[in-house]
Ligand binder design. Structure first.
Ligand SMILES: Nc1ncnc2c1ncn2[C@@H]1O[C@H](COP(=O)(O)OP(=O)(O)O)[C@@H](O)[C@H]1O
Ligand SMILES: [Mg+2]
Length: 404
């Protein structure tokens, strides 16, 4: 760690420098309190050992200024006092120092005090990290609630758009067949050889119809209308999938512990996602003998599903997905590997983050792996990923058999 030494006496400064370096730390030197403050702003310093009496700014003032300033992490302060007086020590503590040592000091005593400082800095650090994590998980919880709300709101309109599209498509087929009949009538009228004998009203009407057909390009419309309806259906299907992702993110599956055969769970999941896999990959299965475990089977199936769908989506051409299970060291281990595109090194640590996706807008929500991660955590298990760009990816899940 970086330790700042503020001391105007060069002999004493050299000595302190030596001790700090002996203990494996980096020493940064300052001649007085003012210089020390400058150094603190520029460097990532964890501890300050400061003399009391210094020109420009003394040690006690330095301590006070450090405590007043807002540094991103805690700075541990040791004050060197020349006088053997309790009153001085007290003034130091009041100014915010953590400890003091009387000059001339005993080397071992100073080392011991630095070590205490190291411990406290470490604790402060861990405490802060835990705090950040807490804030993070609170944030996640509120994003989850938001997601659930949005999913619900999107679900209803998507539902009626999608069912109306189906009705529209039926109507459209009816109208198309009717138009075809009408057109036949027009052709027949033209072909029957009686054209010149029509009452003029009918002749005019036939002409109007023919002109109108040309104007609106009826052939194109009849072809395009089905395509448009098809696209709309695909759109609503996509929205439905995204809504499912969001819902899973907020409430990942049924919350009932059940005795479960993991191999069976994988088989069920495979049949559910078969449509997405069958054109992309052949499946190689190696199921080991597994004990029944108490778990949330729906949730685990969701993990398998998210991994399998990603594997299929990662295939640029036809490839292979390998699934193997074994019992190992009190754990059930499930490996799912694919011969897809692989994951770039810089993305490996991000794939479990919520909303991290490399897929196009509308295709990926970036929630699948985060949901998987949370579910495996809930089972006291671990999920790891290994990947080589251009070769493929392997996910390894380990869940303890006996979680009590
Ligand atoms: N088997 C895989 N092969 C390649 N990339 C993957 C694989 N699994 C996950 N990824 C990467 O991790 C990202 C996050 O995955 P996920 O959370 O399921 O979100 P999404 O699939 O919606 O993008 C993907 O966008 C992709 O970049
Ligand atoms: Mg996914």
């Amino acid at each position: 760690m970086e330790i700042l030494i503020a001391e105007d006496n060069t002999v004493s400064q050299k000595l302190l420098n030596k001790i700090v370096r002996q203990m494996g730390h980096n020493a940064i030197l300052a001649k007085n309190g003012k210089e020390a403050l400058e150094m603190l702003k520029k460097n990532n310093i964890s501890m300050v050992i400061t003399d009391w009496m210094m020109p420009e700014m003394d040690g006690v003032t330095l301590c006070r200024k450090i405590r007043e300033a807002e540094f991103s992490s805690y700075i541990y302060l040791i004050l060197l006092t020349a006088k053997d007086s309790r009153k001085d020590a007290l003034a130091g503590f009041k100014a915010g120092s953590d400890d003091y040592i009387i000059k001339p000091f005993n080397h071992d005593e100073l080392k011991a005090k630095i070590r205490v400082g190291e411990r406290i800095i470490k604790l402060e650090d861990e405490h802060k990290k835990a705090g950040v994590q807490l804030v993070q998980s609170e944030k996640m919880a509120s994003i989850g609630q938001l997601a659930a709300g949005v999913a619900h709101e999107i679900n209803n309109p998507t539902g009626f758009v999608s069912s109306n599209l189906k009705t529209l498509s039926d109507y459209q087929n009816d109208i198309t067949s009717l138009v075809i009949e009408y057109r036949k009538l027009v052709t027949d009228l033209n072909d029957c050889g009686l054209k010149d004998n029509y009452p003029s009203a009918i002749a005019r009407q036939v002409e109007r119809i023919e002109n109108h057909e040309k104007e609106i390009d009826i052939d194109f419309i009849m072809e395009d209308i089905n395509e448009l309806i098809g696209d709309c259906k695909e759109g609503t299907d996509r929205i439905k999938k995204i809504v499912i992702d969001l819902k899973d993110f907020a409430h990942p599956g049924e919350n009932k512990l059940k005795n479960t055969d993991i191999n069976k769970g994988i088989e069920t999941t495979l049949s559910v996602v078969w449509n997405e896999l069958k054109y992309k990959a052949r499946i190689k299965k190696e199921y080991g003998d597994l004990p029944v475990i108490k778990c949330y089977p729906q949730q685990l199936n969701q993990v398998f599903m998210n991994i399998l769908v990603n594997a299929a989506q990662a295939m640029e051409e036809h490839g292979e997905i390998g699934i193997s299970t074994i019992q190992d060291n009190g754990c059930i281990q499930i490996k799912i590997s694919d011969t897809g595109t692989g994951i770039a090194k810089e993305n490996l640590t991000k794939i479990f983050d919520p909303f991290f996706t490399t897929k196009d807008v509308g295709k990926g929500t970036g929630l699948g792996m985060n949901v998987a991660y949370n579910i495996i955590q809930k089972h006291n298990g671990t999920i790891n990923v290994e990947s080589t760009l251009g070769k493929g990816t392997t996910f390894t899940i380990r869940i303890p058999v006996d979680r009590e």
